[in-house]
Design a protein around this ligand. Structure first.
Ligand code: ADP
Ligand code: MG
Length: 244
């Protein structure tokens, strides 16, 4: 049994989200970061964004999350504005941003009401850290802390998961474990994913589509044709590396 295809997966998906960015400009003062950027993201898609440092990748994620307003242009979710849509987006960063004075379970449960404990426990189980729930974040490894951060993002059952270089501070083996975990959760949970990375292997492993940002715009938009689980050759990786 292989993992389900995107088409199979989307048939039992709960929340539909389609994100449309139209003619987005974003400036800070007189510095233009994004210029007339257009992008469409399908419900359930895994989109990976690559580009040089300072090219505007984090800004793009923050715009999609609604943490930042475009200078001009429109972002819509299923034809509605961010504010009117029921879209929920959660974010994960390079550093875990866990609160050191709260235990693991209290970090994951932050902002939840009602049966928060049960939800937090279930989600910690999903990332393989149930038995660490009463520990302090500082007693966990970097990889484990990122797993907690992933649980904290997923506990809200987001329709969209935004991942801003979440694995770049981890060692190679831990990074591979986390890539497998993210892929498995994406296949099972039905969220749309938007990931920023500098790692070509990671991009090719996870992406349905890889997008390159250069000079404030998308200059490459490549569909990943390799089936899941990805079985890619070094030749393919080398070709991709040249492109991005
Ligand atoms: P990336 O994530 O691709 O490295 P960013 O989106 O973080 O790039 O930043 C793109 C550019 O926008 C950089 O030159 C950065 O200095 C600038 N920038 C980002 N956020 C702000 C801000 N809040 N105020 C001023 N400049 C910003
Ligand atoms: Mg960034």
């Amino acid at each position: 049994m292989g993992v389900p295809s995107l088409a199979e997966r989307s048939t039992h998906q709960k929340k539909a989200v389609q994100i449309l960015l139209q003619q987005i400009d974003k400036s800070f003062g007189d510095k233009t970061v994004l210029k007339n950027l257009n992008l469409e993201i399908e419900s359930g898609e895994f989109v990976v964004i690559v580009g040089k440092s300072g090219s505007g990748k984090s800004t793009l994620l923050r715009l999609v999350a609604g943490l930042e307003e475009p200078t001009s242009g429109q972002i819509t979710f299923n034809d509605q504005s961010i504010k009117d849509s029921k879209l929920s987006a959660t974010m994960m960063y390079q550093d875990s941003r866990l609160l050191p004075w709260k235990t693991v379970i209290n970090n994951v449960g932050l902002g939840l009401k009602g049966d928060w404990k049960e939800k937090a426990e279930k989600t910690l189980d999903l990332v393989g850290l149930y038995s660490f729930k009463d520990q302090w974040p500082s007693t966990l490894s970097g990889g484990q802390q990122q797993r907690v951060a992933l649980a904290r993002a997923l506990v809200h059952k987001p329709s969209l998961l935004l991942l801003d270089e979440p694995l770049s501070a981890l060692d190679a083996l831990t990074r591979m474990d986390m890539q497998n975990l993210i892929e498995k959760l994406w296949l099972n949970q039905g969220f749309t994913a938007l990931l920023v990375t500098h790692d070509v292997r990671e991009a090719v492993k996870l992406a349905d589509r890889i997008i390159l940002i250069e000079d404030g715009d998308i200059t490459l938009n490549i569909k990943n044709t390799v089936k899941r689980p990805r079985d890619f050759s070094d030749v393919m990786l080398a070709q991709m590396e040249k492109k991005i």
